[in-house]
Design a protein around this ligand. Structure first.
Ligand SMILES: [Fe+2]
Length: 155
């Protein structure tokens, strides 16, 4: 099938981004630490970015005659990210570290998608994934900076 591996990884990214949206929203709700007034609204911006990204990836998949996951069950069954029960006992630093870990997993999958779409010569998907990876890398840089660390993005 044409672009079959690209379509598979696009769907993986749909499942991961949708799950990431839930993880960020949980963090937005379950925050109880100094810095709340800054981080709580900031996470709304993170969610807005993810909403745009997942919509773009899913619609590219439909454009390729693919079928994006579209139920909570399908997202849950197919994501590589791990969800945990929301609790109020984490510091903001711990919550940021968790977001960082998940953003890094997404960045790795985007990188794979960039390679696979290149191999299948689907340059439109590749261009989209490169743009999204640039935005995710930027989030990683900013969270790392907030934690007092270097971006750590080099391969
Ligand atoms: Fe809110």
């Amino acid at each position: 099938m044409v672009y079959s591996k690209t379509k598979d990884i696009l769907n993986q990214i749909v499942a991961d981004l949708y799950t990431m949206r839930v993880i960020v929203h949980q963090t937005h709700w379950y925050m109880r630490d100094h810095g709340f007034l800054f981080y709580h609204p900031l996470l709304d911006d993170f969610i807005d970015d993810i909403d745009d990204q997942v919509d773009e990836v899913a619609e590219r998949l439909v454009t390729l005659d693919g079928a994006p996951y579209s139920t909570l069950q399908a997202f849950h069954e197919n994501t590589q990210l791990e969800e945990t029960k929301g609790t109020f006992d984490h510091t903001i630093e711990e919550q940021l570290a968790r977001l960082l870990e998940n953003y890094k997993k997404i960045a790795d999958t985007l990188e794979k998608g960039i390679q696979i779409s290149d191999e299948e010569n689907d340059l439109v998907s590749q261009d989209m994934l490169i743009a999204i990876k640039g935005d995710v890398d930027k989030r990683i840089w900013m969270i790392q900076g907030d934690l007092g660390k270097a971006p750590g993005l080099e391969h």
